[in-house]
Design a protein around this ligand. Structure first.
Ligand code: SF4
Length: 266
């Protein structure tokens, strides 16, 4: 049997509790018929009884705020890995499960300024198991560079994690099946701003029928995170005239974040 240190055991229990909490589980039944309430990073016994500590002392004392931030990022990395494994084993959409080569989980920086949300993986993404690695990804790289950003400073994900066949749009049932994965991922990644790329991402995230051309130019709220909508890079490949509008949107976003655009040619 594998030896495990108490610190590692403690970490694994915390990750498991956090994973349950993010899945919507609020209470666990104990083997002595009492219940445990799961709150962020803690397990509370409920109801507390006289003379008994109300809180199970799971978190280790933090040494400093830097340590605390690293601990939080480390915990999120672990939880994202667990979620990625859950997505890789997901069989909720029968047609997609039959045709996909890989599931495509999000990738990038945790707690970034911007998280780009696209529609669904395409062929290149399905092949590599990574988001935005096709032609649209190359164009997005150019847009990022023009904004003074690199791939490892932002996060990318899609509304659904499996490639639909024949370049079709995700079905409402597929979007609904994958919604939990999307929401848990966004809750863990916690970007300052979500940038929806294209109508599919914008309409599904914001639960609206307003097309992306009408959503552009202002911020919306999604569970306390600001959302800006613009066109998908694939539509720029089909309609290059839209590049000007995307550039306007990106300048608006960069300035909103208090960042400065790099000088031309730098
Ligand atoms: S699209 Fe999402 S919900 Fe559907 S099979 Fe893939 S991972 Fe599961």
């Amino acid at each position: 049997m594998q030896n495990i240190s108490s610190r590692e055991l403690h970490k694994q229990i915390q990750m498991h509790l956090e994973s349950l909490r993010l899945s919507g589980v609020e209470w666990l039944e104990n083997n002595n018929n009492s219940t445990l309430q799961i709150s962020e990073g803690l397990a509370h016994k409920s109801p507390p009884v006289d003379g008994e500590a109300a809180v199970t002392n799971l978190p280790l004392p933090e040494k400093s705020s830097t340590h605390s931030v690293l601990h939080s990022l480390e915990k999120k990395t672990g939880l994202l890995q667990l979620l990625k494994e859950e997505v890789a084993n997901c069989v909720k959409c029968p047609q997609l499960v039959q045709t996909r080569k890989n599931t495509v989980f999000g990738v990038g920086k945790i707690e970034p300024d911007i998280c780009f949300v696209g529609e669904a993986p395409g062929s290149a993404e399905d092949e590599k198991g990574l988001p935005f690695v096709g032609e649209d990804g190359l164009l997005l790289d150019k847009i990022l560079k023009a904004c003074g950003l690199s791939r490892d400073e932002v996060y990318f994900l899609n509304i659904i994690s499996c490639k639909p066949p024949d370049k079709r749009l995700p079905l409402p049932s597929e979007v609904s099946n994958c919604r939990g994965f999307l929401e848990k991922q966004l809750a863990l990644v916690k970007p300052k701003v979500i940038c929806c790329l294209g109508s599919c991402a914008a309409e599904n995230l914001l639960d609206t029928k307003i097309p992306v051309n009408k959503l552009r130019g202002k911020f919306y709220d999604w569970k306390g995170i600001q959302v800006l909508c613009t066109y998908h890079p694939l539509s720029l490949l089909r309609t290059p005239e839209k590049k000007k509008e995307v550039w306007e949107d990106m300048k608006f976003l960069i300035s909103h974040l208090g960042r400065v655009l790099p000088k031309l040619g730098s």
